[in-house]
Design a protein. Structure first.
Length: 254
């Protein structure tokens, strides 16, 4: 296990009195998407039944291993930092961090031990009694017109940020990175394309008689911004060859 993965291993997600099995299942899926494994549920207001299993999908292992406890102190036992989540300010929410600020606080704490992050009920979040067990809160910055987030969506957003900081993202393998067709087209390739395009565009009377290069320069500038690959240049060469053949056939019929 890498050092960063070991840090994720020390992060606990705690759901306080979740009311919907679907949300618990979705939370498990969000956690597994971003390398989190430890879920604790405090006094669930729902059965973790088939609905939860359906939403968990390939993360049923997290659902099955979730701890079910009756109190928040049980859930956070052994943690060196406990942060709640809330989208409002107040004396029970202080210190109140943005997610990015909270991640920095978590990074420091993980040097010493586990960290617990609490998420409240779907309808009203964490209460004052709940927040007495926290050492601050994190808020997900939203548009002021709609600040309420679905429980599992809130977990996913914070899990994503945690993974960006403490995870080990594996970059998608570049498709045929050594394939010459996927490399940027050379100046020779582009010059060949431009000449071919120019001939065909003149044939179909697209380019004006007066200063045709002025208009064609706009086309060249477009390609320079897009940095086409050798494959893309070849496709365009083929397209203009077909157009060239069609124009010759059409001109003969005419």
């Amino acid at each position: 296990m890498s050092e960063t993965s070991a840090l994720l291993e020390k992060i606990r997600i705690v759901l306080v009195e979740p009311q919907g099995a679907l949300n618990v299942g979705s939370t498990c899926r969000a956690m597994k998407n971003f390398g989190l494994r430890h879920l604790t549920v405090v006094r669930p207001g729902c059965e973790l039944n088939l609905d939860a299993v359906k939403m968990a999908m390939h993360s049923t292992d997290i659902l099955e291993s979730a701890r079910i406890v009756q109190t928040i102190p049980e859930a956070i036992s052994g943690s060196v930092l406990v942060l709640g989540t809330a989208n409002r300010r107040g004396e029970y929410h202080e210190p109140n961090y943005t997610v990015q600020e909270g991640i920095l606080r978590i990074a420091e704490a993980l040097k010493s031990g586990p960290v617990s992050i609490l998420f409240g009920r779907e309808e009203w979040g964490l209460t004052k009694d709940d927040l007495q067990h926290t050492m601050g809160t994190m808020r997900i910055v939203t548009d002021v017109g709609c600040t309420s987030l679905n429980l599992s969506q809130a977990v996913m957003l914070i899990a994503y940020e945690l993974y960006q900081k403490f995870g080990t993202p594996v970059p998608l393998e570049k498709t045929a990175a050594d394939n010459p067709y996927e490399q940027p087209a050379s100046t020779d390739d582009l010059a060949r394309l431009y000449k071919h395009m120019e001939n065909v565009l003149k044939m179909c009377e697209f380019l004006p008689d007066a200063n045709p290069d002025g208009l064609f320069q706009v086309i060249r500038a477009f390609f320079h911004r897009s940095t086409p690959t050798f494959r893309e240049v070849n496709i365009l060469m083929g397209a203009f060859s077909n157009l060239n053949g069609f124009m010759k056939k059409y001109a003969r019929k005419k």
